[in-house]
Structures are given as structure tokens and as C-alpha cells.
Design a protein around this ligand. Sequence first.
Ligand code: SAM
Length: 218
Amino acid sequence: MSIAEAPTFVVGSQPKFAHYCTSIVNRIGDLLWERKLGVRTRGRAESPHHDAHAYGYLSYHTYFTILDRLLLQPSDVVVDLGCGKGRIVCCAACYDIREAIGVEIDPQLARSAKNNVSQLRLRRAPARITTESAIDFDFDATTVVVMFHPFGIKTLEGVLQRIDESCRRIPRRLRIVYANPLFDHVLAAQDSFTRYDAWLPKTWDRLKFPVYFYEHRS
Ligand SMILES: C[S@@+](CC[C@H](N)C(=O)[O-])C[C@H]1O[C@@H](n2cnc3c(N)ncnc32)[C@H](O)[C@@H]1O
């Protein structure tokens, strides 16, 4: 199957026993990472905001595997759109990059993220959290955008337009990582972006959702 042919969404594809075992491994791994990094990002929270999805996260193992795959450079600015309590920002700040930024619409979650970023151990890069909608964020310095199913189609379309405008104004390599890509058809329909990799969960994977990698064509 080519990358372009990968299905837009696969859920429940792991047999229950494999899912149960790998989820336990993920949970234990998450506890150890939180202790090592000195942060607390667990828990769920519904979002009261229009077109926003509830707070949730993937395992530290998944986020570090994604960030490894990106082969990040010291010039990279990694932005997590809908950063929740800042798990991805904390992971990204452990790499030798220019900056890790979290954008969060919910002030309470953003406060937790700021707290986590300020307490982060093993930091190798500056990190900050901004409390605003992703649609209002200034993308001009961004080289990597990460999204774990943060918002609905309307917001996604607006965000992609802003990113495209920014890349046309300031041509650069910009990649988008879309985890749990429920609205992948929106991204796939854009001429400006090409999907260059697609991860689909296999039977014994610790990965629980598909993760798609896109690049801006500029
Ligand atoms: C599924 S959670 C992902 C959390 C985080 N990225 C992680 O993986 O650990 C989605 C987050 O996106 C936030 N969000 C939703 N709409 C947003 C928007 N328009 N701008 C910024 N954040 C938004 C929600 O408040 C929620 O915290």
C-alpha cells in the first residue's frame, strides 16, 4: 500500500489482548517518564470551547518515537497545536532544537502546561506555552507542527490556511505530524501539502492511533 493510499482512519484494529498488554506497558512507561521529567500531564478534561476536542494524550513512547523520526535540527521550532498539559512540548524540549512551543485555547490546561514546562528536567531547548486559539498563532518561525486530534474541520481549515500563507511568505521546510488523523481528508485535499509517511498501529505496537506525516511543498 502506498502512503497516499493509507486509510484515513483505523481504530480498534488491535486484538483486545494485544491492546491490553501494550496499554499497560505504555502506562508504566508514562509513569516513569513523568517521574524522570518532573512533570504531571495525566488526566482527562472536556473542553468547553466550540470546535475543540477533549484533552487526552498518547504515550511518551509514541511522542519520542515521532520526534526521533523527524531527525530534528538545532534550527527547528516545534509547535504543538492544542498542547493540553504540555506533554509533547516537554518531550520536544528534550531535543537540541531552537524552541518548543505549546498553543492551548483552554486557560486552565495552559496553566498546567506552563507549570510543567517550568519544572521540566532534562531540558535541552527553550519551551513556552501560549494561551490562544491555534487559528491566531503566528506560524512564521515554525518548522514542525504537531497535532493530536485537537479540533474540528473548521479550525483545521483555518490553521492550514495560515500555515500555507506563512510558508509562501517565508519559504522553508515545514512538516506537519497529524496523530489520530480523523479529519485527514481536509489535509489530503490541500495542494500545498504532501503526505510523506503514514504509521498504522500493528498487532503488538505501542502506537494506538495512525500518525501521518506531511510536508509543505514550498
Ligand atoms: C487531544 S488533546 C491533545 C493534547 C496534547 N497535544 C497531547 O497530545 O498531549 C487536544 C487539545 O487541543 C486543545 N484545543 C482544541 N481546540 C483548540 C484551538 N482552537 N486552539 C488551541 N488549542 C485547542 C484542547 O483544549 C485540548 O487540550
